[in-house]
Design a protein around this ligand. Structure first.
Ligand SMILES: Cc1ncc(COP(=O)(O)O)c(C=O)c1O
Length: 402
């Protein structure tokens, strides 16, 4: 049984940070081995077991199921603990304001809005852009189609028209074919959405030229454009194209803080001043307007300052995972398709069911996630995969299949 925490349970290091309000949150190096205070029994009860890189372990020490499985690092927690806060709803939280300014600057948009989730960014963008009876064009495997509880239908009363692709990336010609004629029988095509990188298709990057060509077609038909940038910085790091260049053709765009950037919560939507003014209304309507949200926004500020460039390591490790999986009998994976931090693979050739495969891996502390096809899985690299994680995962897969 857990007894309630007492003041003296807190590691001395943490107490000192609160007492003296250190001047800046950058005292601790990201991924540095956690100081002893963070590894004390009391700290473990509060923060979980630390693993090799100073982060905290999940139940699966090698958790490749998603890049949402990161825990805030000691340095990020320090930034959160020391954050200046105010009432976000009154625009008085300086840390939220700073985060919004940073994202507006990075995406080249006039304004930005901090929201609890990426899903809410998508839903609010749909709501601002669409009227009931409008239609949104999306690639068939994108997040709003499968994982937002039918959000566009529920909140915007908009229909979705899907473009099927192999890679998650559609062409201007495919877009044009999906646009409805101007006829009252049809829904009114209003919005085109792009997901960069594309999650279910294995973290594929939309090349800037592909975006520009689709955007030109959308403009020709007077359509609006929205970018789901849950993993935009993976695309940035993989391609060398800046976030600003990627976002330029879009009326609205957003980035997620709680994926590869390693924050516990949060996403930031960006667009014109007028778009964000309307988005604020929906933020209240959807119940997403917060109070002293600087506590969580501080993690976002920290992540934008420290965790973007390191995404390149995740990409190298994903490629290594894919190459290792490719030589295991019965496992099929398209190594060339691994451009960022996501590896999609198939175990149909092994004769082992996915449930059994996952059960066997669990006994090695390794976890992947299942995809739509019953024999397909996804491995995602992120900053909480320990340095030996890919080797451990590959050894576990070999052992599970022999
Ligand atoms: C491409 C994409 N869009 C949107 C989301 C939703 O983000 P959130 O989990 O922050 O609501 C996700 C989450 O996995 C995603 O992968």
């Amino acid at each position: 049984m857990h007894r309630p925490l007492r003041k003296n349970d807190l590691p001395a290091g943490i107490l000192n940070q609160y007492k003296h309000r250190l001047p800046g949150p950058r005292g601790m190096k990201e991924n540095a081995v956690a100081p002893a205070a963070w590894q004390s029994p009391a700290a473990r009860r509060i923060f979980g077991r630390p693993c090799g890189n100073g982060e905290q372990m999940t139940a699966f020490p090698y958790d490749f199921s998603s890049d949402t499985q990161t825990r805030p690092s000691p340095a990020m927690r320090q930034a959160m603990a020391l954050a200046e806060v105010g009432d976000e709803q009154k625009r008085e939280d300086p840390t939220v304001n700073r985060l919004q300014e940073m994202v507006a600057h990075l995406t080249g948009k006039e304004a930005a809005l901090f929201l609890p989730t990426g899903t809410m960014c998508n839903l609010i963008a749909h709501a601002v852009h669409c009227r009931p009876g409008d239609e949104i064009i999306l690639e068939a495997g994108t997040h709003p189609v499968h994982f937002e509880g039918g959000g566009p239908a529920v909140h915007s009363r908009a229909a979705m028209r899907l473009i099927e692709t192999e890679s998650g990336i559609f062409t201007a010609e495919q877009l044009e074919a999906a646009i409805r004629p101007d006829d009252p029988h049809f829904p009114h095509t209003r919005l085109v959405c792009v997901e960069n990188t594309h999650n279910l298709k294995g973290g594929r990057v939309w090349a800037l030229a592909a975006i520009q060509s689709v955007a030109a077609m959308a403009r020709k038909h007077r359509l609006l454009l929205h970018l789901d940038g849950a993993r935009l910085f993976n695309a940035v790091v993989a391609s060398g194209v800046s976030a600003k260049e990627f976002c330029e053709p879009f009326d609205s765009c957003w980035i997620d803080l709680s994926k590869g950037l390693g924050c516990p919560v949060g996403a930031v939507l960006a667009g014109s001043r007028e778009f964000i003014a309307q988005a604020w209304r929906y933020k209240h309507t959807f119940g997403g307007a917060m109070r002293q949200a600087g506590i969580i926004a501080a993690a976002g500020v920290y992540a934008l300052e420290h965790n973007i460039n390191r995404l390149a390591d995740d990409h190298v490790r994903a490629r290594k995972l894919a190459e290792g999986l490719a030589v295991i009998k019965g496992v099929s994976v398209d190594v060339k398709a691994v451009e960022t931090n996501i590896v999609v693979f198939d175990i149909a050739g092994t004769g082992v069911s996915r449930a059994e495969f996952l059960r066997r891996l669990a006994s090695h502390g390794v976890r992947f996630s299942g995809l739509m096809k019953p024999t397909q899985l996804r491995g995602v690299t992120h900053l909480d995969i320990p340095p030996d994680g890919v080797d451990k995962a590959l050894a576990a897969v070999r052992s599970a299949l022999t």
